[in-house]
Design a binder for this molecule. Structure first.
Ligand code: XMP
Length: 513
């Protein structure tokens, strides 16, 4: 296992990600991690980049014990400056920030770190720079603007890079990380998803023990389904899944989830129809954030009530709560400021943990979204479910603008169903990151047959994105939009007009509320 110490760079998580792409397991911990508190010995250590200046008074510094582990160390950007700071303090503010591509020039062709990597583009993002060589180091690579682009302490096997090899803009960055991990650290390349399943099932069994029981919410989405299936593989019916039908799910969703999870995947699932309760509480509410809060709180309430009905056979209490937290959620909340890692929990689950005195179990916390999908496929979860678009917790309530009533939800649902069905038929579902229909609370005049109509408007949204932080609208063929619009107006009572949303994020958000 390679230890990655995170100094807070926005790219840090990509380091572990890249290493895993060549089957090397890496664990990322905050830069404040003390080596004596580790229960395992790393085969190598990587110090990540970070937004700080090593010479600043409150700058984070690495535990010096890292250098007594007698394993290779690689410092990236801030990590390299940290190496320089600890070995002679030759770091200063650069005259200008260097951000963007630069060309690498390898001086020492024998340096194992730079095997097959000469003259390639590298990605820079730094304000500080080295103003001299740290004690015991030599220059192994330069770039257009950096005389100290790559440095090495040969006898101690400590290396530093001014640029970020973990980003895809660094053309040979992956090779560099591989050279470090495989050739220099001699890390074993045995991390596979199949192994992950085996070790995770064993870990869950040990954690839960022979009798304790686990409860968890499923939504019909990929993360909670994969987590639930993994729990079922590990402890069978001692895992209890609960799905809350909040009345604002997609058309036929509760029945479909039941069919898929119970009949298809053997998951011990209870579906609770609480739609009246949710819709009653939503009566008269038009503010989007209020809708979110009501749905979140009602969810906790319903889930706890249902959980209370599930009693372990031996008369004890349920001990654990399953959560489908993914790696990006975990790392987002790792901060160097404190030694403890606070994990960003979905507010629903956060509330549940406190009220029910449950221990948390998070089998997906090491995985990225695409890895969860791969895992889902290996666990036999149907392709359509594994590749499903995300769906927000507050569901159709934030896609029915204005007041949420049964009638409005029914209209939005039907339109959405038709839209998604046509997207699938056209073979476009996989190219789109998220698509849905919104019902707008405005009326517009139309004509059908010889009749004047005066009905509502459906807005269609479809976006392409990699991280949902920014998004662009999907360029449908005109014929496709024409067909969907015709079907919705003809088949959904109450809709007179269909529009297509051509706003990107920013300035718009993905959802309309
Ligand atoms: P926005 O609208 O913020 O959406 O651009 C980005 C992504 O987040 C989803 N989303 C939510 N998911 N609860 C959720 O579980 C929410 O309140 C919520 N609001 C937005 C949205 O569907 C999109 O994928």
């Amino acid at each position: 296992t390679i230890l990655v110490l995170d100094f807070g760079s926005q790219y840090s998580h990509l380091i572990t990600r890249r290493l895993r792409e060549f089957n090397i397991y890496a664990e990322m911990l905050p830069c404040t991690q003390k080596i004596k508190d580790l229960s395992w010995k790393p085969t190598g250590v990587i110090l990540s980049g970070g937004p700080y200046s090593v010479y600043a008074e409150d700058a984070p510094h690495v535990d010096p014990e890292v250098f007594n582990l007698d394993v290779p160390v690689l410092g990236i950007c801030y990590g390299m400056q940290e190496l320089a700071w600890l070995n002679g303090k030759a770091v200063a503010r650069g005259e200008k920030r260097e951000y963007g591509p630069s060309t690498l020039n390898v001086i020492d062709k024998e340096c194992p770190l730079f095997k097959n990597v000469d003259h390639s583009t590298v990605w820079m993002s730094h304000g500080d720079k080295l103003v001299g060589l740290p004690n015991g180091f030599k220059v192994v690579a330069t770039s257009d603007n950096s005389p100290y682009c790559g440095i090495a302490h040969e006898s101690k096997q400590i290396y530093g890079l001014q640029f970020h090899p973990e980003v895809t803009h660094s053309a040979k960055g992956k090779d560099l990380l591989k050279n470090f991990a495989v050739d220099i650290c001699k890390a074993t390349q045995n991390w596979t998803m199949e192994n992950f399943i085996d070790t995770e099932i064993k870990r869950i069994r040990t954690l839960v023990g022979p009798t304790a029981e686990v409860i968890g919410a499923v939504s019909g989405g990929v993360d909670s389904t994969v987590a639930a299936k993994l729990m079922t593989e590990a402890i069978g019916d001692r895992f209890h899944a609960i799905m809350v039908d909040n009345g604002v799910l997609r058309l036929n969703e509760a029945e479909n989830v039941k069919k898929n999870l119970v009949a298809g995947l053997g998951i011990n699932l209870t579906v609770v129809d609480a739609s009246d309760e949710f819709l009653d509480k939503l009566k008269g509410v038009t503010d989007p954030e209020k809708k979110r809060k009501i749905i979140g709180n009602t969810f906790i309430h319903v889930f706890e009530r249902e959980a209370d009905k599930i009693k372990p056979k031996d008369g004890t209490e349920i001990e654990f709560l399953l959560q489908g937290t993914l790696y990006p959620d975990v790392i987002e909340s790792i901060s160097f400021k404190g030694p403890s890692q606070t994990i960003k929990t979905h507010h629903n689950v956060g509330g549940l943990l406190e009220n029910m005195k449950l221990k948390l179990i998070e089998p997906l916390r090491e995985l990225f979204k695409d890895e969860v999908r791969h895992l889902g496929e290996l666990l036999g979860i149907p392709h359509d479910l594994v590749w499903r678009h995300p769906f927000p917790g507050p569901g159709i309530a934030i896609r029915v603008l204005g007041e949420v009533t049964r009638e409005q939800v029914a209209i939005a649902r039907k339109a959405d169903y038709i839209y998604i069905e046509e997207i699938r038929k056209a073979g476009l579902y996989g190219q789109i990151s998220q698509a849905f229909a919104c019902l707008l609370p405005v009326k517009s005049v139309g004509v059908m047959g010889d009749q004047r109509t005066y009905d509502q408007v459906i807005a269609l949204r479809a976006i392409e994105t990699t991280d949902f932080m920014t998004a662009d609208w999907f360029p449908f063929p005109h014929e496709f939009l024409k067909k969907v619009a015709a079907r919705i107006v003809n088949e959904v009572d109450g809709v007179a007009r269909v529009t297509y949303d051509i706003t990107s994020k920013p300035p718009a958000t993905v959802e309309w509320e």
